[in-house]
Design a protein around this ligand. Structure first.
Ligand code: KG4
Length: 333
């Protein structure tokens, strides 16, 4: 089955063509340059840019895959969660294509896409597994029981991990999106230079909180007005250490609490090489199997939407054209 996947939930216009579970082509048009001067995504600008990008990105992906729209069997598009204006562009475009070309259509949950992105790698996990999804919009732990059954175990009570990376980067004068810039600076910094707080919350809690950490970085910066490049590298390394320790320990704890021996990660922050290495070594220590998606499918992409669309179609069926987008996930937040 040939599947066309379209993703426009935030600021990336992404598309992919899959032949069942094999990626034939995957393209993405980033809006980072547009939003970087504001230090974050401006929703109105994002949806306008999606309008300009969606046709060329879809056409380019079909061409790269060597197929035409007529060859496609199923069209999948992100239905939510995300920015409503952005979602509407990709979702309505996908529905129109499906309607005009008489194709099967499915609306896909963006979080399901991130959870299933580990199946875009050759080495794949077995259900059930715990999935930590860490992106600009969420930090959530799920128990994945099958391709279409996910139980929310914990989530952020305030800022998402990626949001904390982006906000800390902004206050250190680093470009948007901040995650990769903090990660790069952290490689030359000392993670033990500054002790930033770790929010463990109630005993056994699988929820996250990163707003206190962000404030601690702001307070540190305000107390030390003249920051050298070396100071900035130390702040980045110490901040990253605090975020990652909590992510790793809570994800491992979720496996223990639910008697699961497999741990997966996904979402933009999971592209972080240091985080991947930490998970690998901690999981080895704990006897857990660890899986992560290829880095290009950690951040938002069309391939995970096409893959989740395939499983939604098989297990649940098509989505009616009268169904709309949503800003909050049907997976419980
Ligand atoms: O999943 P994603 O592409 O978009 C959504 O938020 O849905 O994630 C983007 C987030 C941004 O906050 C970005 O700063 C963060 O992922 N990110 C990273 C890295 N690459 C992207 N955070 C830490 N380290 C990275 N290497």
């Amino acid at each position: 089955m040939l599947i066309l996947g379209i993703e426009t939930s935030c600021d990336d216009t992404a598309c992919a063509v899959l032949n069942d579970t094999t990626v034939l082509a995957s393209q993405l048009s980033s809006q980072d340059i547009i939003h970087s001067k504001y230090g974050g995504v401006v929703p109105e600008l994002a949806s306008r840019k999606h309008l300009q990008n969606v046709c060329p990105v879809v056409d380019g992906t079909l061409t790269e895959a060597g197929v035409s729209l007529d060859d496609i069997d199923l069209i999948a598009a992100t239905r939510g969660p995300g920015l409503i204006g952005s979602l509407l562009v990709g979702y309505c475009y996908a529905k129109s294509l499906a309607f005009v070309k008489k194709k099967k259509f499915v609306g896909v949950d963006h979080m399901a896409g991130h959870i299933l992105s580990v199946f875009l790698e050759n080495r794949q996990p077995k259900f059930p597994f715990v999935s930590l999804i860490v992106s600009g919009g969420t930090s959530s732990l799920f128990l994945a029981k099958s391709y279409n059954s996910f139980e929310l175990l914990g989530q952020t009570r305030d800022d998402a991990a990626g949001e904390a990376y982006d906000k800390v980067a902004k206050l250190l004068g680093l470009p948007y999106p901040g995650g990769p810039h903090i990660a790069k600076r952290a490689t030359t910094g000392n993670a033990r230079a500054i002790t930033f707080p770790r929010a463990w919350l109630d005993k056994g809690s699988l929820d996250f909180s990163f707003s206190g950490l962000k404030t601690a970085v702001l307070n540190y910066k305000n107390k030390n007005c003249e920051l050298s490049q070396e100071n900035i590298a130390d702040i980045c390394a110490s901040f990253q250490d605090a975020v990652q320790e909590v992510l790793v320990e809570k994800a491992v704890s979720a496996c223990r609490q639910h008697g699961v021996d497999t741990l997966c990660i996904g979402g933009g922050v999971s592209a972080n090489l240091c985080l991947r290495e930490r998970f690998k070594s901690r999981c080895k220590q704990e006897g857990l199997h660890f899986f992560c998606p290829p880095p290009q499918y950690s951040t938002d992409n069309g391939a995970m939407i096409a893959l989740a669309g395939l499983h939604t179609f098989h297990d649940i069926g098509v989505t009616g054209f009268d169904e709309d987008v949503y800003s909050r996930s049907s997976l419980g937040f």
